[in-house]
Ligand binder design. Structure first.
Ligand code: KG4
Ligand code: ZN
Length: 360
């Protein structure tokens, strides 16, 4: 496989991520069919701004992306020593995500691309998460099972190659990240809830509260976390008014244990069902230390390997979007917009990419 004829080697791609509450910009470079290399990246998190409201306020998110995106783009260009004109393409997150926030990244990316006469390319946010372990020191090889655990998605996928994803299991209600975030809220913890709940859980005893693990005994690889949230609510209400911290820490630990237990069991079942020996964990919840250590132990028992993105690349960032854009370009499957018109897809299933591939 070689660089598409219209690109010089090394191929240099800048990409912009603005799907939710992080503005990320990054540049990757690729030589031939080598895995692209991260050259520079910059990130601004809006967590502090939204924390006053207990969650993401979409209108504020869009406005902040507008303020941040060009200074971040200047910063990565300067860090990389590359000029805008030397870029071969500009990527942006096309979806899924918040419509207004996505439009900021798409608009800026297409404008920059038009300014230098290079193509712009809309990337699937979850494909970015899924491929992000390729930037780690211990990258996976295709094919693998992917456990995609972000704020809005919990999916198990059979990944044959870039753009070839078949769904093994999905959540029928809340995502794992949502279960962390909602439980954290019920425990009076701040936003984002996942890391806050994990911190409190360190002081708790996970065996104190018996919480449900829905669908865990069935053959299905689907997930359900709504029942867990209801159980956490019931216990949290009972704890209200108590001055004692320990039961809250115990509830946090029991909640984390229940979520991790389900994720690990289903991931192992997916490895068994597919016969694959590689598991990739991607998305914000992949930063959870208990999940990582449990998967490590269970995979070892099965002579399987587990791969993660670097910790800093678990949550949203520009590097994973630039990587996904470059990997698609290397395979000649990037759908470029050369007239600089653009749209965004706030709801966009990852498996739609496989259907596109089949239709080509
Ligand atoms: O992938 P991501 O940054 O954004 C989406 O694309 O949704 O994931 C954010 C999710 C949030 O639900 C957050 O609470 C969760 O990842 N998260 C964690 C941890 N760090 C982030 N959940 C559990 N433990 C963590 N250490
Ligand atoms: Zn994400």
């Amino acid at each position: 496989m070689h660089c598409p004829a219209t690109y010089t080697c090394p191929m240099r791609v800048l990409a912009i991520e603005t799907s939710c509450d992080e503005t990320g910009v990054a540049i990757v470079e690729a030589n031939g069919d080598e895995t692209p290399r991260l050259v520079a990246q910059a990130l601004h998190s809006q967590v502090e701004m939204h924390s006053a409201y207990g969650g993401v306020v979409p209108e504020l998110a869009s406005r902040d992306h507008i303020r941040r995106v060009l200074p971040l783009a200047r910063a990565v260009l300067s860090e990389s020593g590359a000029s805008l004109a030397s870029l071969d393409a500009i990527g942006y997150t096309r979806g899924p995500g918040l419509a207004g926030a996505l439009l900021v990244g798409a608009g800026v990316a297409c404008s920059l691309a038009a300014a230098i006469g290079r193509p712009a390319f809309g990337v699937h946010h979850l494909e970015g998460h899924l491929l992000s372990p390729f930037l780690s020191a211990d990258p996976p090889r295709f094919p693998f099972v992917a456990l995609l655990v972000s704020g809005g998605h919990t999916q198990l996928l059979n990944v044959a190659d870039v753009g070839h994803y078949s769904l093994l299991g999905d959540t029928i209600d809340d995502a794992a990240g949502e279960a962390f975030d909602k439980s954290a809220k019920l425990l009076g913890l701040g936003y984002p809830g996942g890391p806050a709940l994990a911190r409190l859980a360190e002081f708790g005893d996970a065996s104190v509260f018996k919480l449900p693990r829905p669908l865990s005994q069935r053959d299905s690889l689907d997930f359900s976390f709504a029942g867990l949230k209801t159980a956490v609510r019931t216990h949290a209400l009972r704890l209200e008014g108590s001055n004692c911290e320990q039961p809250r820490a115990d509830l946090a630990a029991s909640t984390q244990e229940a979520i991790v237990d389900v994720l690990v069991r289903k991931s192992m079942a997916a490895l068994e069902r597919t016969g694959l020996k590689r598991l990739v964990v991607a998305g914000g919840v992949g930063a959870n230390a208990l999940l990582r250590s449990r998967l490590e132990v269970e995979c070892k028992k099965r002579q399987a390997r587990v791969h993660y993105p670097e910790l800093a690349l678990c949550t949203d960032n520009g590097a994973m979007i630039a990587l996904a854009a470059a990997m698609r370009m290397q395979r000649g499957i990037a759908q470029m917009s050369t007239d600089y018109s653009f749209d965004v897809l706030p709801r966009w299933p990852l498996t739609a990419l496989t259907e596109q591939a089949a239709a080509r």
